[in-house]
Design a protein around this ligand. Structure first.
Ligand code: K7E
Ligand code: CUA
Length: 653
């Protein structure tokens, strides 16, 4: 009887709970969910997510790694910004990564990550991301999840239509948002029109190592180049850029750059320009830009200043550039998986414009032009138009594809994602976002082979979605199940910085390659110490180099004397561990930089300039063993004129 009662009451509770949820779900406005949706995002303790999502950190300058469907953040990868958490941009080995022609620039604004591709499919080798403010492109390894390379982009400003990857990672492409004088010079801002230029940079990627090199820059008219995407399949070899401010206004752009009814999508036949350049075409122009590479063998980055760049003027390569009229200051520029449709989202329009690649080629073939801009032929809007998605919403921004013939477009003003059909242009579903969505991502959704299943929206405004945290709230993302006819909202999760775009990929493609340790035997750092016996200290004038090792649970040496005020001390710390996930940290009192976090087999260097006489401790910052708190040492700092001899020890009383 007791059991029967229990079961009945249990059943009743379940019914009540489910009914409650169902009632809530039917009122779409509050975005509440049924418990079956909770199951869809539940990853049991110890189990893994099915997808990685790499979400741009916007004004954090970094890239964050999330799991889908759980929305859990796994890592923040420092890219363009100093990161005291692990010493990136503070350690001597990583400082060169942030060198530019403007000197050391420890911050940037990162917008668009894109994963390397082979045959138009995500191959999971590298991920590229742009620095918007001080134009740079970074390459992050997806075996170490570390930034390996950063190249500065000269003649560019506001590196926004970046960083997008061609079908076989031949190029990572970077377009300037702001047009500027090229070369830079002192001139009146009023003389912008007709004089400023917009550089579109094609940066070749070495297929084996991923190393980047600016192959050429196309010097375009002084428009704003907002977003871009490569052609794929039939349109492989072309690249498309949205433009706004084709008015070439230099003040009050909110009015003056919205005068033209149509701006353009610029179509660039990069294959043609590549061929021209391979035959010696273009001009080498003096330039000044940094190229920074982190070498995994020496665990050290070097920065080289490059002195020239190859530029190409559109008029030099007839047939390589065309302008496709596109309404109302388009923002997003997205190409469908087949390569036929080029979607230009006029952010001031209610309709979506879709151009046809086939029609574009026909119009070019028939030379049906509607004038030209600075010598670049303008095609007729009607001749290239594939179709229009009518009255889909307000403020369209970005579009992704599911590989099933559907496109998903974000609408900033009406806060929604709208699903529509390629070819028929009919709207088939819409779901609200909370609130004011910018980009959206489908795993592989900007490649030839989208993986579908999930879509997530990255929203600009959070408001009441989370517990309040004062005036500053993290932005919110929302995960939707797109496997059915209708999108289903599954989850809200907070993101870090301001995510603009993100790239997502099935975990299987990436996780098998993820590195667990650096082999100590492969460490070629010039100041490594690969055993306690190799620990030593070398004085070179005021520079003191401490070759130090760490292993659970001591530093070697752990007692150091003979350091003087005014010295420049370098702690070169090698982590001797060869076990997965056993980093050691290193911090010393009064350091004006950060800590070091040293991965197994790695060497990292912290500079320390002791300013006060005394005996000062250093310690491990990462709880590495039961005796982690014992992992410490002392440095004796004597007056600048003292005669105390340099000495070091471990385990001597
Ligand atoms: Cu935020 Cu792609 Cu920089 Cu649109 S961009 S939202
Ligand atoms: Cu090493 Cu804590």
């Amino acid at each position: 009887m007791k059991n029967f009662l229990k079961t009945t009451i249990g059943f009743l509770i379940i019914v009540v709970v489910f009914t409650g949820c169902n009632n809530q779900q039917s009122s779409d406005s509050n975005g509440a969910l049924s418990s079956s949706n909770a199951e869809k995002v539940y990853v049991a303790p110890g189990e893994h997510d099915s997808h990685y999502a790499f979400i741009s950190g916007g004004y954090s300058g970094n890239l964050t790694v999330y799991g889908l469907p759980s929305g859990r953040m796994f890592k923040e990868i420092p890219v363009f910004s100093q990161f005291p958490t692990n010493g990136y941009g503070y350690s001597e080995e990583t400082k060169p990564m942030l060198e530019t022609s403007y000197g050391f620039v420890p911050w940037d604004d990162s917008h668009h990550p894109d994963i390397s591709q082979t045959n138009g499919e995500l191959d999971g080798r590298w991920i590229f991301i742009n620095g918007n403010n001080t134009p740079r492109i970074a390459r992050v390894s997806l075996t170490t999840f570390e930034t390996e390379e950063i190249i500065e982009v000269p003649n560019s400003a506001g590196n926004h239509s970046s960083s997008f990857i061609t079908e076989n990672t031949e190029y990572v492409v970077a377009g300037t948002r702001f047009s500027v004088p090229v070369p830079q010079r002192d001139m009146a801002i009023k003389e912008y029109k007709g004089n400023f230029k917009g550089a579109l940079s094609f940066i070749s990627v070495d297929p084996e190592h991923g190393h980047m090199n600016i192959k050429f820059q196309v010097l375009m008219p002084g428009f704003n180049y907002d977003l871009s995407h490569p052609g794929r399949g039939k349109s492989h070899g072309w690249f498309f850029f949205t433009t706004y401010n084709t008015e070439e206004a230099n003040t009050l752009l909110e009015v003056n750059a919205s005068q033209n009814d149509k701006d353009f999508i610029a179509a660039v036949n990069w294959k043609k320009i590549e061929e021209y350049v391979n035959n010696g075409g273009g001009t080498m122009m003096p330039a000044n830009y940094a190229h920074n590479i982190h070498d995994e063998a020496t665990h050290t980055a070097t920065s080289t200043m490059k002195k020239e760049v190859r530029v190409v003027n559109p008029s030099e390569v007839p047939g390589a550039l065309y302008l496709l009229p596109t309404p109302k200051s388009p923002h997003g520029c997205d190409v469908d998986p087949s390569g036929e449709y080029i979607v230009g989202n006029g952010k001031l329009s209610a309709n979506l414009t879709v151009h046809s690649f086939t029609k574009m080629l026909e119009a070019i073939e028939n030379e049906k032009f509607d004038g030209e801009a600075y010598g670049i032929p303008i095609l007729k809007f009607e001749d290239v138009l594939a179709g229009t998605v009518e009255q889909a919403g307000l403020g369209p921004l970005h579009t992704e594809f599911d590989g099933q013939g559907n496109a998903y477009t974000t609408f900033f003003i009406t806060s929604e994602v709208v699903k529509w059909k390629l070819g028929t242009w009919e709207v088939v579903d819409r779901k609200p976002t909370y609130y004011s969505v910018g980009h959206l991502t489908i795993p592989g959704g900007n490649s030839k082979k989208p993986f579908g299943k999930y879509m997530f929206a990255m929203n600009k405004i959070t408001k009441d979605r989370y517990l309040p945290t004062g005036p500053e709230m993290e932005h919110s993302a929302q995960l939707y199940d797109i496997s059915g006819d209708k999108m289903e909202l599954l989850l809200d999760f907070p993101t870090h910085g301001e995510p603009h775009y993100a790239a997502a990929i099935p975990a299987d493609i990436v996780k098998k390659n993820s590195k667990e340790i650096y082999k100590l035997a492969d460490n070629q750092h010039p100041r490594k110490a690969t055993s306690d016996a190799e620990a030593k200290i070398i004085r070179d004038g005021k520079n003191v180099h401490i070759y130090m090792t760490t292993i659970r649970s001591h530093f070697s040496p752990d007692n150091i004397e003979g350091i003087k005020v005014g010295d420049n001390v370098f702690f070169h710390v090698t982590n001797l561990e060869q076990d997965f996930d056993v980093p050691h940290g290193f911090a010393v009192i009064g350091a004006n930089n950060a800590e070091l976090l040293i991965m197994p087999g790695q060497t990292r260097t912290l500079q320390w300039q002791p300013k006060q006489v005394g005996v000062w401790p250093f310690y491990c910052t990462d709880f590495c063993s039961a005796l982690h708190q014992e992992m410490q040492g002392y440095v004796r700092v004597s007056p600048a004129n003292s005669n105390i001899e340099l000495s070091w020890s471990l385990g001597e009383e």
